[in-house]
Write a protein that binds this ligand. Structure first.
Ligand SMILES: [Fe+2]
Ligand SMILES: [Fe+2]
Length: 300
């Protein structure tokens, strides 16, 4: 629980790297902009989710989400102090409209499971991003604080995995496909943001392509773990397949690659003999289903 590992930004004074010129500070604050908005989205979404879980008398989730909100609040507060220290603002929505699309997707389209799927993707990205910061700015307050954030985001990720593993076997085809689309959409948006912020990342010595590739692979690994799988029979393991991923990695869509390699494409677009990822992925949850909240309340 977050209450056992309390810290605040006050433990890390002087978050800004020393000796940086204005251009480097601007790049750092621009690069942090989607993360900053993501912290706000997660915190506000948890607030709404608490209301829904309370109505269902799911008090263990309510207690957990209270600590989740506390975590996101301190991340938000720390980044706010960083912006104040730099005398700079996050990039605007007008400049990076994909941030708004990401926020909208994170709002969950009015259901808890969609929101938790967004939390899973968002927390995986946060872990990869802060891990990079902790490595690049090792032994600085920013690097040390990033290490603390990684631990928090890991807890959030574990919650999402637990919840989705229990809930997914109870979804019908359309609901399952909807969640897959949410995940794909979030990956695509992050990919576009990565392209838009590539120059800033380079200025700070950050390899945006490597960051995105690791993030996308981790998302797909976790999706397989919870049973969220593609309906595309050409890529049952479905690695990241968004156009943005293709652009960044030069690897092309996983579907295209498998089709080209196998040369065994069925008339309907499927590969003969490929087992159904639907049946493979939806293993029963040992924890049993949580209460069915997917149609209740807007968990944004
Ligand atoms: Fe966070
Ligand atoms: Fe988080």
């Amino acid at each position: 629980m977050g209450s056992k590992v309390n810290w605040t930004s006050l433990d890390y004074p002087g978050l800004l790297p020393e000796g940086w010129d204005r251009a480097a500070l601007l790049s750092l604050t621009r690069l942090l902009s989607p993360v900053y908005l993501g912290e706000q989205s997660a915190m506000l979404g948890a607030n709404r989710a608490i209301t829904v879980f309370s109505a269902e008398n799911e008090m263990s989730y309510v207690v957990y989400l209270a600590t989740f909100m506390n975590d996101e609040a301190r991340h938000l507060e720390a980044l706010t102090r960083l912006y104040e220290g730099a005398g700079l603002e996050p990039a605007s929505i007008r400049e990076l409209p994909d941030m708004l699309r990401y926020h909208h997707r994170m709002r969950g389209s009015g259901n808890i499971i969609s929101w938790v799927t967004g939390i899973l993707v968002s927390d995986i990205f946060a872990r990869h991003f802060y891990r990079l910061l902790s490595q690049v700015y090792e032994e600085t307050p920013l690097g040390e604080m990033s290490t603390k954030v990684i631990v928090d985001e890991g807890r959030h990720q574990a919650f999402a995995v637990h919840y989705l593993t229990a809930a997914l076997p109870h979804l019908d085809e359309d609901e399952h496909r909807f969640l897959w689309d949410v995940k794909e959409d979030l990956l695509a948006i992050v990919g576009r943001l990565g392209v838009a912020l590539d120059e800033d990342a380079r200025r700070l010595g950050i390899d945006g392509k490597e960051l995105f590739e690791g993030f996308a692979e981790d998302v797909d690994r976790h999706c397989r773990k919870v049973g969220l799988t593609s309906r595309c029979r050409l890529c049952p393991a479905n690695g990241a397949s968004t156009p943005e991923w293709s652009e960044l990695t030069g690897k092309g869509c996983a579907c295209d690659l498998l089709a080209a390699e196998s040369g065994d494409v069925a008339a309907d677009g499927g590969t003969a003999g490929t087992p159904s990822p639907v049946r493979e992925g939806n293993t029963a949850s040992p924890a049993g289903p949580p209460s069915d909240l997917r149609t209740r309340g807007d968990a944004s």
